[in-house]
Write a protein that binds this ligand. Structure first.
Ligand SMILES: [Zn+2]
Ligand SMILES: [Zn+2]
Length: 360
């Protein structure tokens, strides 16, 4: 059959072929965005000026670097000191802040303001500080200090109500779209923990109070216009969930063409995580990661989000981890591609071996 090629040689070749085919395909897990494109995407005026700090490191002195120090103070990486004491020098304190920031945000830890770091700093993000307490050294999810949570009485699920401010609203989306985006966001969390969310008829007595606010709105954490800070929420049992009314909130990027459009459902899901007691995660794919690029959706809970919230509330009895594992796998194109590609290769090798009578 194979005059120049014995069965043993052929089998050996097949073995090498199958080993080669079973290697992970050389496909990047995600396309890395051009850092400069990200830099340009940031619209917030103060944060946009941070582009000039690119490549700065210890010993650098750049005008306006005190503003960057204020940024790190705001998000919990530098001890608060009065603005007049902040210099424009890249000192030891700033280097420690950059190192801690890079570690927290899952960046390469260099201590320098490299392009990935500057790009990340300029990315739109949640206004809640990254300062929190890590309970599990092997996990990435974290809680607010003191682990505040809504309390469960007996074995019944916790029943929380929510309502939208009748005054602090936005005009670019119909309220039915806003409500259904929040509906989906709430149901993501209630699918995994024994907590239910139902709309309340009275805003003043609702557990979770949702509103769109502009600038300084009286809670000590002002919003800043287009992009920059997207929203914030308070830890249990405060229940306030605020979104920046200056954003172009979107529920469908096909109909909302703005370059600075922000996905409402993703930010709603993230802020509800804070309402439940979760702080920021360093897992980039997790809903509780602090930043979100414009025109990007990241609303599906990942393993890290689920483990974190279940450690606070226990599991919804109907929730199965296997369903999450499947969705985690299928959401990664590279992993999905690798698997189907490998299965395909194995199938054809088996067919070949069977045809040759080597597989019995
Ligand atoms: Zn947040
Ligand atoms: Zn607020």
């Amino acid at each position: 059959m194979f005059p120049f090629f014995s069965y043993s040689q052929f089998s050996l070749s097949l073995l090498f072929l199958s080993l080669f085919l079973s290697l992970p395909p050389v496909v990047p897990a995600r396309t890395l965005p051009d850092p400069l494109t990200n830099l340009k995407a940031a619209q917030n005026n103060t944060w946009r000026s941070f582009a000039k700090f690119l490549d700065a490191g210890r010993g650098s002195h750049v005008n306006g670097m005190s503003e960057l120090k204020k940024y790190f103070q705001r998000f919990g990486y530098l001890e608060p000191v009065s603005a007049s004491n902040l210099t424009d020098s890249f000192d030891d304190g700033l280097e420690s802040a950059v190192l801690a920031y890079q570690k927290k945000l899952g960046l390469t830890v260099t201590g320098k303001l490299d392009s990935d770091t500057v790009s990340q700093i300029m990315s739109p993000r949640c206004g809640v500080s990254d300062e929190s307490r890590t309970l599990h050294a092997t996990r990435h999810f974290v809680y607010f200090s003191g682990e505040p949570r809504w309390l469960r009485v007996g074995s019944a699920p916790i029943k929380l109500t929510y309502a939208f401010s009748p005054v602090h609203t936005i005009g670019n989306l119909p309220s039915s779209d806003i409500k259904s985006a929040f509906d989906r966001a709430f149901s993501r969390w209630s699918a995994v923990i024994p907590v239910t969310f139902t709309p309340a008829s009275d805003y003043s007595t609702a557990d979770v109070k949702i509103g769109f606010y502009h600038g300084d709105h009286g809670d000590g954490d002002p919003f800043d216009g287009v992009l920059g800070i997207l929203g914030h929420a308070f830890s249990p049992k405060n229940g306030r969930l605020h979104l920046d009314g200056a954003e172009t909130w979107a529920v469908d990027f096909a109909s909302e063409k703005s370059r600075t459009a922000v996905d409402l459902e993703s930010v709603a899901t993230h802020e509800i995580g804070h309402v439940l007691g979760l702080a920021h995660s360093s897992v980039r794919e997790a809903v509780m990661y602090p930043s979100l690029s414009p025109r990007t959706k990241r609303a599906d809970l990942k393993m890290d989000d689920v483990e974190g919230v279940q450690a606070l509330y226990g599991s919804n009895p109907n929730f199965k981890f296997s369903s999450l594992l499947e969705s985690d796998t299928s959401s990664s194109w590279a992993v999905g591609f690798g698997r189907s590609w490998h299965s395909w290769a194995t199938y054809w090798i088996m067919v070949l071996l069977m045809t040759l009578g080597l597989w019995t």
